[in-house]
Write a protein of this length. Sequence first.
Length: 125
Amino acid sequence: MTPRPDLVTVAIGGNDVRRYDRERFTADVDALTRALPAGTFVADAPYFMHGHWEHDAQQAADILAGSARIRGLHFVPLHEALRAQGWDAMLTQFAPDWFHPNDRGHRVWADAFWRVIEPTGTVVR
């Protein structure tokens, strides 16, 4: 018997935005969401704050959200949770590489997931 996880979360897309190709991204997301087990929690792409990267990130976020919803997976609005942090987050929630989240940034990500996970009763405290 193959063990099944109690909880599956997916947060992807940030690295894809740096070299964004809409068609490839859509195909990859569709393949991924088709393969995920029922009950998976899927976040959209992170917020990029500025420039063409934010335009691409918003498109990627929309693709992830749509694919998760079509497959009946739980959607986690990470993009909006990060946008709500405002520009100050650039100074307080990013690692020295100015790309990856630091501990504070990861807390925002975790809270975005938790707001969707907790009401489902998937995880019991």
